[in-house]
Design a protein around this ligand. Structure first.
Ligand code: MOS
Length: 753
């Protein structure tokens, strides 16, 4: 019998559903008499709506209702601002609450009609007049208005400084400093935000929603509409990409629910691609890094400050500079993180929030200081390698970053690198090799699961988590099958429904560890129950056996001492007249472990670029990404996670930015024609290495999650490779040809030392 247990490259159990189009996404659930909503967005960034004239739009045949702040804001359930599980400190934005405009493309109305096309056409007839106010959207011009970031967002920790970095830096012989900038970026998952809201006669509502957390949507919707939790069911079996954009409920779910409840009809609301740019983004950030080292390449001081943008109404925080205190041995570290309030939508988590931002600046600066002391950048990192967490003063539960360095460098051929910039070329192409490393927290959240073993020997395990394309269905099935020694085909994992046991948001790379531990725990309980039943069977080879004498494999329970003495799961249940075994349980992190150890995953990324000397174009020809993330449950799905991360890292380094027109306060390239992302032609060789890392402390499964670790070090590795190729240091992302050429030009005009 074939088993596909953990550690094996099992195929996606939901693969055939996806490729055959059978997997249903939020906008694909049907209902009798379904209505369609189209959202109207503001055209100004700041001010007030003077008048919103819906009269002409209401005349259009097929229009059922148009909701605006004028006919919604008076309702009793809308008089308080409710937070969701991923809200930062502040007052969350309330769609249709009042006539105030807080950011460009703020949703200001919903047209509901019998078809989507009619709704969209009617929306074009709505006339909105505004009173505009002066707006502020330029981060770099407003750094003087920055304020210390408050605590309050899940996971945010204030950075801690140590020693006296400033005075050491002032006296140092070898030092560098630089300012690094990246603009806002948007997630752009394939599936647009969508909700199909089904109103039911008894006052209940079922929401088929695109989300990374059904429980979060349930809580949010029940709060703002004054419904009891049991009257709000949220279902989300498949999500076409999230990357953090679905951690917070988005405004389409509010709109669809509002319309369904008011009209007592099923309503579907789907965002357009343009609207996908209207609710939060990776915040544009300005960072300054200064470092000094001694002649042996030992870091003597680190200063890292970051200024992130946030909205006027919420303080979105992420961990940017904190990593700079943990990565390397250094006694003098000064860290600062502040926010600048602008007239923009509240930024939101985007894959490896904070860490990618940090690594771009910090790991580029490490490259700069390595060059200042003329030491190979990989060697420099090894000289300053921190065995323990330098901030917490605790050992890591495991840290195989050294193995990432060694295996990554070997695969890449790093030893063949000449340190001098502009020392490798192929005709007009300057060749550069760069590297960087990254870390991410290995987190675990409390999660619940249920397992049902039925008389036909089939197991169904469920947990209200989500599948954003990461492989959750598959790895949970593997964990359950392994724990009970069953064939993977006899196990079904279900997710994405608030009727199921509660799971945390799918984010932070914690789902495998959190939900996986709960799945393992309930399956262990099923196993214990089966052993008890097996022992109770009369006149069987297992009669009277103690649990510790028993084990399971291939769908059978048998004596460890005599594998031939066995009963199948079905036989045990029949013999004991058991119709089904149902176990529920939960699992959470071990609080004691946190007091003694730190938990991080690590990665080292090596990149090769070719830069056209005349045109300044950059092509990433090779990337090796070596990852240490504990046990890898499924090298195939985990490999895809890292592959996607590397592709996105290349995209981030070279292409992605959402460009703000500060006169209008609007992101101008809010479409996939002008928001550039890497396409097939941009991607060449990518090698992924999972370094063996054994970890008994992190969680019972020994896993650390692979959702975010792969992207973190990619952009700085590429930026460092561009420096190695050209001798110019582009500190602003994305690294576009104009920046490369301009800096190369400036460089020529300088006398080189
Ligand atoms: Mo991830 S940004 O925590 O969905």
């Amino acid at each position: 019998m074939k088993t596909n247990y953990t550690g094996q490259p099992a195929n996606r159990v939901d693969g055939s559903l996806k490729v055959t189009g059978t997997a249903k996404y939020a906008a694909e659930f049907e209902a009798e008499g379904l209505l369609f909503g189209y959202i109207i967005n503001s055209t100004i960034a700041k001010g007030k709506i003077k008048e919103i004239d819906i009269s002409q739009a209401m005349q259009v045949a097929g229009v059922v209702q148009i909701f605006t702040h004028e006919n919604v804001s008076g309702l009793a359930w809308f008089n308080k601002s409710y937070k969701d599980m991923d809200s930062p400190p502040g007052d969350p934005f309330r769609p249709l609450y009042d006539h105030k405009i807080r950011y460009s493309m703020q949703p200001i109305g919903l047209v509901v009609a019998t078809t989507f096309e009619v709704a969209r056409f009617a929306a074009s007839l709505i006339k909105v007049t505004y009173k505009e106010e002066k707006l502020v959207t330029n981060l770099q011009d407003n750094l003087h208005r920055s304020k210390k970031a408050p605590m309050g967002k899940v996971g945010y920790v204030q950075p801690k400084s140590r020693g006296d970095a400033e005075s050491v830096f002032a006296k140092a012989e070898y030092k560098i400093e630089g300012e690094y900038v990246h603009a806002a970026e948007h997630h752009n998952p394939l599936e647009m935000f969508a909700t199909t809201a089904i109103w039911e006669e008894d006052g209940k509502v079922t929401l088929y929603d695109k989300t990374q957390g059904v429980s979060n949507v349930q809580l949010y919707i029940s709060n703002i509409f004054g419904l009891s939790l049991k009257n709000v069911r949220v279902v989300s079996p498949f999500v076409g990409g999230g990357f953090g954009s679905g951690l917070r409920p988005q405004y389409q779910v509010f709109m669809a629910t509002l319309a369904a409840l008011e009209l007592r009809r099923p309503v579907r609301v789907v965002m357009t691609r343009q609207q996908m740019f209207s609710f939060g983004h990776r915040p544009g950030t300005v960072q300054r890094v200064a470092m000094s080292a001694d002649e042996n390449g030992k870091l003597t001081s680190i200063q890292h400050e970051a200024y992130g943008e946030t909205s006027q109404f919420e303080d979105y925080t992420e961990i940017v500079v904190n990593w700079s205190g943990t990565m390397y041995n250094c006694e003098n570290v000064k860290l600062k993180y502040e926010l600048v309030k602008l007239d923009v939508a509240t930024p939101t988590d985007m894959r490896a929030p904070g860490a990618v931002t940090s690594a771009h600046a910090f790991e580029s600066a490490i490259d700069e200081i390595a060059y200042a002391v003329k030491i190979d950048p990989l060697e420099f990192r090894k000289i300053n390698y921190a065995e323990d967490d330098q901030v917490e003063g605790k050992p890591y539960s495991s840290k195989e970053l050294r193995a990432c360095y060694d295996q990554g460098a070997a695969k890449f051929g790093w030893s063949g690198r000449s340190i001098e910039p502009r020392s490798m070329r192929e005709g007009n192409q300057l060749i550069g090799w760069g590297m960087a490393n990254g870390a991410w927290d290995a987190l675990q959240m409390p999660a619940k699961a249920q397992a049902v073993l039925s008389l036909d020997g089939k197991l169904t395990v469920s947990s209200g988590t989500s599948e954003i394309g990461t492989g959750t269905y598959t790895i949970m099935t593997q964990i359950a099958a392994e724990t009970l020694g069953m064939d993977i085909n006899d196990v079904t994992f279900k997710l994405g429904d608030t009727l199921m046991p509660m799971a945390p948001l799918q984010g932070g790379s914690w789902t495998a560890a959190s939900v996986g531990s709960a799945v393992k725990a309930v399956c262990e309980e099923v196993k214990a129950k089966l052993f008890k039943l097996a022992s109770k069977t009369k006149h069987s080879p297992l009669s009277g056996a103690a649990p510790k004498e028993l084990t399971m494999a291939e769908g059978h329970i048998f004596l460890i001492s005599d594998p031939g003495s066995r009963l199948s799961i079905i036989e045990v249940m029949r013999l004991t007249e058991t119709d089904s075994i149902i176990e529920s349980g939960m699992s959470g992190p071990d609080p004691a472990a946190k007091t003694t150890h730190s938990f991080n995953s690590h990665a080292a990324v090596f990149a090769e670029v070719k830069v056209d000397e005349d045109l300044g174009t950059v092509i990433v020809t090779r990337v090796v990404c070596a990852v240490a993330a504990g046990k890898i449950l499924n090298p195939k799905t985990a490999g895809s996670q890292i592959l996607g991360s590397v592709v996105w890292g290349i995209s981030k380094a070279l292409e992605e930015e959402t460009v703000m027109d500060n006169n209008f306060g609007r992101f101008m390239n809010h479409n996939l024609g002008e928001y550039h992302v890497a396409v097939n032609k941009d991607i060449n060789d990518i090698d992924i290495i999972f370094v063996e890392e054994h970890d008994d402390l992190v969680n019972p499964l020994g896993i650390k999650g692979v959702g975010e670790i792969g992207i973190i070090a990619v952009a700085p590795a590429i930026a460092n490779a561009v420096f190695h190729a050209t001798g110019v240091r582009v500190r602003d992302l994305p690294i576009t040809m104009d920046k490369v050429l301009q800096l190369a030009e400036e460089d020529k005009n300088q006398v080189r030392v």
